[in-house]
Design a protein around this ligand. Structure first.
Ligand code: HEM
Ligand SMILES: *[C@@H]1O[C@H](CO)[C@@H](O)[C@H](O)[C@H]1NC(C)=O
Ligand SMILES: *[C@@H]1O[C@H](CO)[C@@H](O)[C@H](O)[C@H]1NC(C)=O
Length: 336
């Protein structure tokens, strides 16, 4: 009797141990199976046309409105910096859950959602339930850049879509008045070097900003070309006109080139955060990089492409994680 009780207790104890302390090799292989790496051939068997379908939709959209190339690029950035490139930015608010779209960096600001929707709905005809929204956005951002004259980059695929947004994590996105130290910190938190940050900032060679984001710079910044500031003040008065837009790169607003860096050298960065890279005490390494990019387009293009490839791979969900949404704006309904 005593022996049986002892045996029972010992068995229970070792069962508990087994449950509580997963065997190291079992845990490692389970993780590997659950989250394989992104892959260059991910849709080759299941949706070989995925990339070309997205490309065609983006080309059509950008031909109609060039700014959309910029808008898709920014949307991808705002997806990846908030809990990884998981399509979370695409989720609409629901009664129960606040999405990321209504938060300060995104509200009345992120645009181009209809392009992602159009690409996704075409994909759902071609190969239903296969291509994630996070991948759709990653490809759309690249094709948006290419459509306005920028470089391409190899994109690994296989991202899965998040099951929830994280509105509070949007504070991890840099703001237009950030000084260089703040920018450096926010990019370092995502694993980027200062040099990669300077390359990624060249994204501001396309697109538009609303007045409310650059008003803080144009009335009292010594490190700004005066004539340029005066011109912007007309478009962006001290009060009102918050949503009036100006180009980020006045030289070639819809052309993905290196003019952004030339603008910085001329003290014509639109945001404080842009001009922080030049003439604001950033130091030699950053300023030399800005000068180099301003003189060498291919150096910028190569570094931008490499940094985008890295940004596109920020902590994706893969394998059995998350899901492939049917509609990018909402998580799939629970199957009962
Ligand atoms: C370095 C820190 C950054 C700050 C502080 C910043 C801030 C901003 C702000 C305030 C706007 C204007 C938004 C509006 O008016 O609605 C903007 C636009 C834009 N940003 Fe950034 N950004 C940064 C980095 C990036 C990066 C890394 C990318 C992409 C790789 C990017 C891509 C863009 C694009 C393409 C636009 C124009 C969007 C459009 O016209 O729809 N930005 N950014
Ligand atoms: C949302 O993001 C915040 C800030 O990054 C983080 O602390 C929190 O754990 C996240 N919430 C969820 C549910 O992942
Ligand atoms: C421009 O940059 C590329 C790539 O880094 C480099 O190979 C080339 O020599 C540079 N050109 C000049 C004129 O410096």
């Amino acid at each position: 009797m005593e022996n049986r009780a002892l045996f029972f207790a010992a068995t229970t104890f070792s069962l508990l141990l087994l449950l509580l302390l997963p065997h190291p090799s079992t845990a490692a292989s389970a993780t590997a199976a659950a989250s394989p790496p992104l892959s260059s051939t991910f849709y080759h068997a299941t949706c070989p046309r995925a990339t070309s379908v997205i490309r065609a939709v983006v080309q059509r959209a950008v031909a109609g409105e060039p700014r959309l190339g910029a808008s898709l690029l920014r949307m991808h950035f705002h997806d990846c910096f908030v809990q990884g490139c998981d399509g979370s930015v695409l989720l609409d608010d629901t009664g129960a859950v606040e999405g990321e779209k209504g938060t300060p960096p995104n509200k009345n600001s992120l645009r181009g959602f209809q392009v992602v929707d159009a690409a996704k709905s075409e994909l759902e005809h071609v190969c239903p339930g296969v291509v994630s929204c996070a991948d759709t956005l990653a490809v759309a951002a690249r094709e948006g850049v290419v459509a306005v004259g920028g470089p391409s980059w190899d994109l690994l695929l296989g991202r899965r879509d998040s099951l929830a947004p994280n509105a509070s994590a949007t504070i991890e996105l840099p703001g237009p008045d950030s000084p260089l130290a703040g920018l450096r910190e926010m990019f370092a938190a995502k694993g980027f070097t200062e040099a990669e940050m300077v390359a990624l900032s060249g994204a501001h060679t396309i697109g538009r900003s609303s007045c409310r984001f650059f008003r803080g710079r144009i009335y009292n910044d010594a490190n700004m070309d005066r004539e340029y500031a005066a011109r912007l003040q007309t478009a962006c008065p001290p009060v009102g006109g918050d949503l009036t837009v100006a180009p980020l790169d006045p030289r070639s607003p819809d052309m993905f080139d290196n003019a952004y860096y030339g603008n910085l050298v001329e003290r014509k960065g639109l945001f404080r955060s842009d001009q922080a890279l030049f003439g604001g005490g950033g130091g030699n390494a950053v300023e030399e990089q800005v000068l180099r990019y301003s003189r060498n387009l291919s150096a910028f293009e190569a570094d931008f492409a490499a940094a985008m490839q890295k940004m596109s791979a920020l902590s994706p969900l893969t394998g059995g994680q998350g899901e492939v949404r049917v509609n990018c704006r909402r998580v799939n309904p629970a199957v009962e």
